[in-house]
Design a protein around this ligand. Structure first.
Ligand code: FE2
Length: 206
């Protein structure tokens, strides 16, 4: 190699960080890596990563809806709901990482940033302001329902396509966590006297 070429390839040793760098993407969103030794065909991985990105965007939105509810909750049940909403937030945050990393290991690209999540999610956008507890819980339950319906369809499709890993993750982690959280939330929407039990004969069982 001529001396001049060797010189142009050498980088100057310098202690300064090279900041403000930009370069073209190394993989376009919506594609999967061609060659992965997973014994899963590329069209299968493409379909699964597309579906998992919908589930990821919905899960990130539900996660954030829990934090909004944790911060903004009001009323006599403030303390218990403040804690419960944050517990569910933490569990949803774990699911976000599990789903995102399944997309990446299948050769795809996980949706990540808030504007992209907002464009992708099927969950209704709440107002910025505070809402009453029954409305907060109803919104959370509606969001869970969207994810649970998707879990059942995606688990079945993954099974048909012999993607056992996606089927297992969707059922044992995403579906089961969402089902349990629905139980804990929905019990708060049961009309129940706090101090005086109803007199016998006054009670209507519906
Ligand atoms: Fe907090």
């Amino acid at each position: 190699m001529p001396k001049k070429d060797v010189a142009s390839r050498q980088t100057t040793i310098n202690a300064q960080p090279r900041i403000h760098q930009r370069a073209p993407e190394i993989q376009v969103y919506g594609t999967v890596s061609h060659a992965l030794p997973l014994a899963l065909d590329e069209p299968v991985r493409l379909e699964m990563t597309e579906q998992l990105n919908l589930m990821l965007a919905d899960t990130m939105t539900l996660r954030d809806l829990y934090k909004k509810s944790h911060w903004q909750v009001a009323g006599p049940t403030f303390y218990q709901l403040h804690l419960l909403f944050d517990k569910h937030y933490g569990e949803q945050a774990e699911l976000v990482d599990v789903i995102a990393e399944r997309i990446q290991l299948l050769g795809g690209i996980s949706v990540a940033m808030a504007p992209d999540v907002a464009e992708t999610t099927r969950i209704e956008r709440p107002p910025r302001g505070r809402e009453e507890v029954p409305v907060q819980i109803s919104r959370l339950l509606d969001a869970h329902q969207i994810i649970i319906e998707h879990c059942r369809k995606l688990a079945s499709r993954a099974s048909d396509l012999e993607d056992a890993g996606t089927n297992d993750m969707v059922v044992s982690q995403v579906l089961r966590t969402n089902e349990l959280q629905v139980w804990f939330l929905s019990e708060h929407l049961v009309e129940m006297p706090l101090v005086h039990a109803q007199e016998p004969g006054m009670r209507k069982v519906g």
